[in-house]
Design a protein around this ligand. Sequence first.
Ligand code: GLC
Length: 813
Amino acid sequence: MRLLWKILLVAALLLPGNAWGEFSYTGDVKSLTKDGSGAGLTLSNAKLRIYVVKSNIIRIRLTREDKFSEVPSYAVIYDKKEPVQFSVDRKRGMTEVKTDELTLRIDENPCRITFLDKGGNILNEDEKSFGMSFDGEEVRCFKKLFKDEKFFGLGEKTGNLSRTGDSYIMWNSDFPFYTKATDPIYASIPFFIGIRDHKAYGIFLDNTYRSQFSMGAGSDRFYWFGADKGELDYYFIYGPDPKRVISSYTELTGRMELPPLWALGFQQSRWSYGSEEKVREIAKQFRTREIPCDVIYLDIDYMNGYRVFTWNREKFPDPPRMMADLARQGFKIVPIIDPGVKADDGYFAAKEGLAGDHFAKYPDGSPYKGEVWPSWAYFPDFTSEKTRAWWGNNLSILLDAGVAGFWNDMNEPAVWGKNVPDIIRFSDGGYQADHKKIHNVFALQMAKATFDRLSRDPERRPFVLTRAGFSGIQRYAAMWTGDNYANEDHLALACYMPQSMGISGLPFTGSDVGGFGGTPSPALFIRWLELGAFTPFFRAHSCIDTPDKEPWTFGAEAEKIARETIRMRYRFLPCLYNEFRRSTLTGLPIMRALFLEYPGDDECYAPDAQKEFMLGDSLLVAPVLSEKDILKKLYLPEGYWLNIWDHKHYKGSQWIAIEAPLGQIPLFLRRGAIIPQWDAQNYVGEHENGEVEFSIFPGESSSYEYYEDDGISRKYKDGAYALTNIQVSEDKVGSVRISISKTYDRYDSKVKSYRLRLFATRLPAEISVNGRRLERCESEKSLMARTEGYAQAGEGVILIKIPAGSPIEVNLN
Ligand code: GLC
């Protein structure tokens, strides 16, 4: 009997298709060749390639094919410019690749990879028994899980920021009203950060197939990541500062361009403002109620039977006239564009698409049709350059009519019945691939088509909003978190998810304020609006068949608070805009998890500390994430902090609870903070913003680089901008010195005067500007009417007004 079992077992292992039989490891290192970019290794069962990308970035590729794929990456755009110094040494049983910062050790029998820092400390290593392996077509990488290792990132994931102990799938999925536990949803960003002993590294798996990240889920021994097919192709990025990991990751996958300034304003949407009359009515309400708003969205009902690039002429008889009129009131119109092209013989886009061979196909060459809003529809093959250009040309129809940007939706791509069949063929830039490979980058390539069309115009910056995406999507689009719901879980997600997306290289993000589905209470709506006012993307949106959710629909008291909250957003616009600009240079998030600023402070990783965030590096925002609470418990990291509302000072490294009535989102300035603000306005460009106010909480010594440009054209890319440096220092007896000087001046600044709102430790006896003594005014109001002077503006607050110029030296003694 025992023998029979043994025979059966051996037979089972030999049979093709058996899961065990398909599992294989890399085996040993057999040979090694060095070259200018790294090294190539032949293993018993695979080929391995090591590329030294930068001194802190090493790329690992593994394949079982005869050669490595030549198909370019969709995500990585980095092309190495400067040579990197590195060495490759093979000693007995081991190969070492060394850069100035990083050592990659490859143990040879069997092949296992270890990354070490300069001091020889292990940062990350393959799991000793499993390492890299194959399971059928799947590729996997098993990494040792260290005690206390924390994981963050992976883009748009539900739950809080921590990814430790859970498993995640990358497969762009339309999941309306997802919950805080749903996975996957719309976007796939296969990049995460690991942190241990306050040292961070990142791993980016550059593989577009469905992939999985099992971050110690059900195992205290390893974590693993892998993909259904393709190469194991990953980048190891060393920090040790987590912000540097993000900067390096976005050096590989690209960074956002500056959006038009209006895209930072408040935006109003619903499914749908379905007629010209309704759109005009909404616009009128905003202006008569003096609630600032820059953008109104058109959801699917503006089209003729959901045919992209068309208008429902009955409901929208004259779109150019409507948009021209609205533009005069300061409104920009952004229409939704779904990828599905209605399969209708009489419809020009379907005819053009078929004639030009622009649609994804079945293997027999016939165009694929899937069902979405317009019923049966063709799906453009955005992986083909010619199709992207065709799509872009058709976008001109809407641009010529006056739209200001595009909202890409259903671009997972979503179809009724959930899945586009795996066998559907795409051009893959000429290399040919099936839907399994292209699914996750469909939205990325659609956004590219849209962005490329918009960037043909040097006078106008592209604005694209997307629901789905893949690594690199930050180059083309802002992303919102899809179909959320009006409840507290989703209010919390609206705080967590954009933070996680920021960690994952996507800075321009936000949620449907007020919840897409359901009906928020006035308090829930206000709390959401308060949070939204500090998320990079700030749009209210709601589902069909939900009651009106515009800011004036929750009663007079809520309307008043909503108005003030949105006005506050507009006051913070220059601060936000400066953070956007920094993000274009560094790839860092605008809405920033606390631990990114304070990686050495263990408390900043705590789940409760994820319920607050930094805007840039100086403003701490602690949204109230409940409709009933009027207190907020929050953590202040190391240093000193100032509550913006009551000007109270706090020592950091402690949890505090403060009062936070409706309309008063807790905001704290870090000591040393310099934050620019403008007066509120009803829309970007309503006034010229001749005065900029710097809120200053003086520290020993700090500085700020204030950026200005025209806010709309792409001329900034050719250097048409201005930079003003503000230096602030406070000595031991509380004397403050502020120096302002233009450091770069190729934009004609509109700023006529500066206001310095100083949170001082003591009232100065004298204030002088460039040696001239300033006069003290009775009140803030009387100061506003003058060109210069100063006034006390509340307890511990001094407001100074001076004409703009350069250089300026202000002394408070
Ligand atoms: C999807 C979008 C939502 C939009 C709706 C109708 O559900 O996520 O924002 O309103 O489609 O177009």
